[in-house]
Design a protein around this ligand. Structure first.
Ligand SMILES: O=C(O)CCC(=O)C(=O)O
Length: 260
């Protein structure tokens, strides 16, 4: 069975623990939590006026913010979010100085929407070793009442699950997700508006329906890796890389400019 969209590539799909002697933003306890549980939640990235502007921009964006993948490569202000100053030190702690963002997505679940994402690992989408960190930002409060994500803590250490169909559906089978739930448990990742969760691309996560009658559950998510990560050219890959910090490293990435 395939574990990614790229069964023909020989990828290292094991978790590589973070070692950061002098973290700039996370505490050592948080880095230990990232290594053992696969995530750190509740990091405040937007507050006050900046949060209000983000929420307003997401609500009213007329330049294509919707279900399209990779708004960071096509919309200037989303590009700028991926390169935001207060995000850099957190990413440096987990990734090192040379930082690439290669996938982003705006995901809204309005009240009553049917939208749900069954269990999966984001590493299945990436034509590279499992060395990526996802930053998922709650644009409004996200909790069990409006369809917050659920994680299986520690599941990043169990390696990659088989995907349903490498040419289409990259979700893990329902049986494998149930088994992960029994092995690792399942916790809701509740966040206040403006907070982020940083998580490993091997984290098994689930996003159930929004059952609220009144509250949306908007979020914006970015996937980062080090410029030193070797990305394999592949026609099925949907990476659109930009440099967010440092230098472009080994030249593995065909970097895109800031969109107008
Ligand atoms: O935001 C969501 O509801 C799902 C996000 C997700 O599954 C992902 O980013 O891989």
């Amino acid at each position: 069975m395939a574990k990614t969209r790229y069964p023909e590539l020989d990828l290292d799909l094991s978790f590589s623990p973070i070692a950061c002697a002098e973290p700039r933003a996370f505490t050592q306890d948080q880095i230990r939590h990232y290594n053992s549980q696969g995530y750190v939640a509740g990091i405040p990235l937007f507050t006050g006026d900046e949060l209000a502007q983000l929420a307003e921009a997401c609500r009213t964006s007329r330049d294509g913010l919707g279900d399209e993948l990779n708004p960071h490569a096509h919309i200037g202000w989303v590009h700028d979010l991926a390169r935001r100053d207060n995000l850099q030190p957190y990413l440096q702690d987990l990734i090192g100085p040379n930082i690439i963002c290669f996938i982003s997505e705006y995901i809204n679940k309005p009240p009553g929407s049917e939208k749900e994402v069954v269990g999966h690992q984001d590493a299945a989408f990436n034509a590279m070793d499992a060395r990526s960190v996802i930053v998922w930002v709650a644009v409004e409060d996200a909790d069990t009442g409006n369809g917050c994500m659920w994680f299986c803590p520690g599941s990043h250490l169990g390696g990659a699950l088989d995907v349903e169909d490498p040419k289409g559906n990259l979700n893990a089978s329902a049986g494998a997700v149930d088994e992960a739930g029994s092995t690792y448990g399942k916790v809701p990742i509740e966040l206040r508006a403006g907070q982020a969760v940083f998580f490993s691309d091997l984290m098994i996560h689930i996003s159930p329906r929004n059952t609220s009658a009144t509250r949306s559950r908007p979020a914006i998510t970015f996937t980062f890796t080090s410029a030193e990560t070797v990305v394999h050219p592949h026609p099925a890959a949907r990476h659109e890389p930009i440099l967010c910090g440092g230098a472009s490293g080994g030249g593995h990435w065909d970097l895109l400019p800031r969109p107008e």
